[in-house]
Design a protein around this ligand. Structure first.
Ligand SMILES: Cc1cc2nc3c(=O)[nH]c(=O)nc-3n(C[C@H](O)[C@H](O)[C@H](O)COP(=O)(O)OP(=O)(O)OC[C@H]3O[C@@H](n4cnc5c(N)ncnc54)[C@H](O)[C@@H]3O)c2cc1C
Length: 462
C-alpha cells in the first residue's frame, strides 16, 4: 500500500493533471494515478484560443509548446450549402496530438511536485466508514485518500447520476494517411449525419462521423462499412479515399450529458466525468481545464472552510448546469443552420436554438452627463462566487451568456459599485463617484462593463 494521501486524482487527462497541479500549489499533498503507462492516443484534438489563454494564465502553457500545435487560419465548410466554401477560422484554432499533449501534463505535474503514478488502472473505489477512500488498482496496488477526484473522462469511476443534454450520438473515427489529403479542417452535413476532419501532425487526417446512436444497428455490425458510407453521404470520403488509406475505425459515445451529483463533501467529478459536451463546438478540452480550475477552489473550500461546504457544492453544480444550457443553445444554433435542418436527425439537435440570451452589440458610452442611471436589480443578489482561493457568498451580478456570478470587477467589489450607482442620480455623478476610489480609466471601464452587460441602464437626461 502507498502511504495515505490528502487528495487522490484518478485520471491523467487535461482535467486531472491541471487540478493536480493547482491543488498542489494550494499546499495539498496530491497523488495522480493514470491507467496508461505511456503517452496514449485520445480523441479531442481540435483546440481553441481559450485553451491557450487558460494554460498561459495558469503558467502551464509549456504543455502546448511540448506537444506542438498545428494552427489553422481557415477551414472548409459544406453545411449551409452543398458546395464547399472556405471560412475564416477563429484565431488560435489548432490541432494537437493528444498523446503528446496529455503526456506533457504528466511531466508538468511531476515538475510541480505532484506524485504521479502511471500504468495504474483503478478498478474499485470504497468509501471508508471512518472517512476517506480506499482505492484499488487492477494490479493490486492500494491507495488511501481523504479526498477523491474523479477525472476519468467519459467512462467515469464513481457512480453516475447522468442526465441527457441532447440526443444520443455515436462517433466513428479513423486516421487517414497518404497523398492528397486536405490540408485544413473540413466540416460537412449529411441528411442524417455530419462529419468533421482535420490534419493532426504525426497522426494523419482524423475524420470523424457523427450519427444517431441507433444508426450502427441499422448498418449491421460492420463499423468500417458504416463509417465509409457515412463519410460518403457528406462528401468527405471523396476528398480522402483516392490516394490514402484509413487506420482501424473506432467507435465511441459522443452524447452530451450532465452529472447531477458531481460534488460531495469528499469527492468531486471533473472534466468529462462531470459533464460531456456536444463535440460540435470542439470545447471539451477547454471545459475540462476550466472545470479543473474551479474544482481546485471548490476542493480548497470543502477541506479548509467547513462552514462554506454547502455554498461550494451549490456553486459547482450550478456552474455545470449553466454551462450545459449555454452550450446546448450555442450548438443548436449551428445545427439549425444546416441545409438539412428539417430532417429528424437535425431537428433533435436544433432544440432550443431560439431560446438563447442574445448579447447586444456594445452600446455607445457617449451619454450626456445629466442622463439618469438605473440598475437592473433582478441581476443583483448574494451568490456563491469564486473569491481568490475560496468559494464565498458575495453580493454579485449575473453576467454574460452563462449568467455567471461576478463579485469583482478588477479590484472593485460589486457591493461598492452598487453603492456608487445608488448614490448617483446621473451618468456624470456616477463617473465622479467611481473616480473617488478608482482612477479615471478604471472608472470608465466599470461603467462600460455594466452598460454592455445590460446591468446599468442610462436613460434620458433627468
Ligand atoms: C468524438 C469526439 C470528438 C471530440 N473532439 C474534441 C475536439 O475536437 N476538441 C475538444 O476540445 N474536445 C473534443 N472532444 C472532447 C474531449 O475529448 C474531452 O472533453 C476531453 O478529453 C476531456 O478531458 P478529461 O481530462 O476530462 O478526460 P480524458 O481526456 O478522457 O482523460 C481521462 C483519463 O483518465 C484515465 N482513466 C480512465 N479510467 C481510469 C481508471 N479507472 N483508472 C485510472 N485512469 C483512468 C484515462 O486513461 C485518461 O487518460 C471530443 C469528444 C468526442 C467523443
Amino acid at each position: 500500500m502507498k502511504g495515505a494521501i490528502e487528495i487522490l486524482v484518478v485520471g491523467g487527462g487535461p482535467a486531472g493533471s491541471v487540478a493536480a497541479v493547482l491543488l498542489h500549489r494550494l499546499g495539498f499533498q496530491v497523488r495522480l494515478i493514470e491507467a496508461s503507462d505511456q503517452p496514449r492516443p485520445h480523441i479531442g484534438e481540435a483546440i481553441s484560443l481559450g485553451v491557450h489563454r487558460h494554460l498561459t494564465n495558469l503558467g502551464l502553457g509549456e504543455a502546448l509548446d511540448r506537444a506542438g500545435c498545428r494552427l489553422f487560419d481557415e477551414y472548409d465548410e459544406q453545411w449551409e450549402q452543398a458546395e464547399a466554401s472556405v471560412r475564416k477560422a477563429p484565431p488560435g484554432s489548432a490541432t494537437i496530438d493528444r498523446a503528446r499533449f496529455d503526456a506533457a501534463f504528466w511531466n508538468l505535474c511531476r515538475d510541480a511536485g505532484v506524485e504521479v503514478h502511471l500504468g495504474q488502472q483503478v478498478e474499485r473505489v470504497v468509501r471508508q466508514v471512518s472517512g476517506g477512500w480506499n482505492v484499488r488498482t487492477v494490479g493490486g496496488e492500494r491507495h488511501d485518500a481523504t479526498f477523491l477526484i474523479d477525472a476519468t473522462g467519459r467512462r467515469s469511476l464513481l457512480p453516475r447520476a447522468r442526465r441527457a443534454c441532447g440526443p444520443r450520438t455515436l462517433a466513428l473515427y479513423g486516421y487517414w494517411r497518404g497523398e492528397g489529403l486536405p490540408v485544413r479542417p473540413h466540416i460537412a452535413a449529411g441528411a442524417s449525419c455530419w462529419t468533421w476532419g482535420a490534419p493532426v501532425d504525426g497522426l494523419g487526417f482524423n475524420a470523424i462521423l457523427f450519427v444517431d446512436r441507433h444508426a450502427l444497428a441499422e448498418h449491421g455490425p460492420d463499423v468500417r462499412e458504416a463509417y465509409t458510407r457515412g463519410l460518403a453521404k457528406t462528401g468527405l470520403l471523396s476528398l480522402l479515399a483516392s490516394r490514402s488509406n484509413c487506420s482501424v475505425v473506432s467507435a465511441c459515445d459522443a452524447s452530451a450529458w450532465l452529472d447531477d451529483e458531481a460534488c460531495g463533501l469528499d469527492f468531486i467529478k471533473i472534466g468529462e466525468a462531470a459533464q460531456s459536451l456536444d463535440p460540435l463546438a470542439s470545447m471539451g478540452v477547454q471545459k475540462a481545464i476550466q472545470s479543473a480550475r474551479s474544482a481546485a477552489v471548490i476542493v480548497n473550500t470543502l477541506l479548509r472552510r467547513p462552514d462554506a461546504q454547502s455554498i461550494a457544492q451549490a456553486y459547482y453544480q450550478d456552474l455545470l448546469e449553466r454551462s450545459a444550457q449555454v452550450h446546448r443553445r450555442a450548438t443548436a444554433e449551428i445545427y439549425a443552420r444546416s441545409r438539412f435542418a428539417e430532417m429528424s436527425f437535425w431537428q433533435a439537435r436544433c432544440d432550443g436554438a431560439d431560446a438563447g440570451i442574445k448579447m447586444r452589440e456594445p452600446a455607445s458610452l457617449s451619454f450626456s452627463s445629466t442622463a439618469s442611471v438605473n440598475l437592473d436589480m433582478s441581476r443583483l443578489g448574494e451568490h456563491p462566487c469564486l473569491c481568490g482561493d475560496y468559494v464565498e457568498l458575495r453580493p454579485a451580478v449575473l453576467a454574460g451568456s452563462e449568467r455567471e456570478p461576478v463579485a469583482f470587477l478588477g479590484d472593485a467589489t460589486v457591493a461598492g459599485i452598487v453603492a456608487a450607482v445608488r448614490s448617483s442620480a446621473t451618468w456624470g455623478a456616477l463617473r465622479a463617484s467611481l473616480a473617488l476610489t478608482h482612477d479615471a480609466t478604471t472608472a470608465d471601464r466599470i461603467c462600460a462593463w455594466l452598460v454592455h452587460n445590460e446591468i446599468l441602464y442610462v436613460g434620458a437626461p433627468g
